[in-house]
Design a protein around this ligand. Structure first.
Ligand SMILES: [Zn+2]
Length: 224
């Protein structure tokens, strides 16, 4: 059981976008229901939300919205909650014995703030130093997108990507930087449209060795 937190501090956690754990808080029975049943139930509840807001659900334009939203939640924007959708990363032998840093920058991602369920979008920059095996480049994008497709806080998303890459690539030498815009900051609340949020994850050489870290930072700041 969680600690009893007062309503006021729960409000503050949400408004200040504080995450409370590294793992996405999922229940043990999270996937006992199949996707189709989830779509059916969410559709019903979303229809109810729209109805309560006073919308006329017999209108042709609105009629299909509850189903579309439910399908989008389960099969698209929150599909990364389900471990069965986790990308399987195939590794290749590093034939060229490439020992330098590999950087993939400007990986676009779309996520959702878990406190308001509105979009977070931005770019991820990822680097690793191979310990003998390499990963297909598109797999890095897929790993980023898998973890992005969850209700998230940006710090957790950064760390989940970093930890997954460490595990998949069997190396500690991993760095991740996310630069993102939060619609819950730009379209509501303080309505700041200019600010972006940068978070980082440095492990192994990137954590210990300033030169590696600076090299990575230099690559990602290159003009396109
Ligand atoms: Zn938010």
């Amino acid at each position: 059981m969680g600690i009893d937190i007062s309503q006021a501090s729960l409000e503050e956690i949400g408004e200040e976008h504080v995450g409370t754990s590294l793992e996405t808080p999922l229940r043990e029975d999270a996937f006992e229901m199949d996707d189709d049943l989830k779509v059916e139930l969410i559709e019903k509840h979303f229809r109810e939300i729209m109805h309560i807001m006073g919308l006329d659900l017999t209108d042709d334009s609105l009629k299909g919205t509850p189903h579309r939203v439910a399908k989008m939640y389960v099969k698209e924007v929150f599909s990364g909650l389900n471990p069965k959708n986790k990308p399987i990363a195939k590794l290749f032998e590093n034939k060229y014995k490439y020992k330098e840093m590999l950087v993939e920058k400007d990986i676009t991602f779309h996520s959702h703030c878990e406190h308001h369920f509105v979009p977070i979008y931005g770019n991820a920059h990822v680097a690793y130093i191979s310990k003998g095996e390499v990963i297909g480049l598109s797999k890095i994008n897929r790993i980023v997108q898998y973890f992005a497709k969850r209700p998230q806080v940006q710090e957790r998303l950064t760390m989940q990507i970093g930890n997954e890459l460490k595990e998949v690539l069997k190396t500690d030498d991993v760095a991740v930087i996310l630069d993102a815009n939060h619609m819950c900051v730009s379209s509501r609340g303080v309505q700041d449209t200019n600010s972006s949020t940068v978070t980082s994850f440095y492990s192994g050489k990137f954590e210990k060795d300033e030169q590696s870290r600076n090299e990575f930072l230099k690559y990602i700041s290159l003009e396109k």
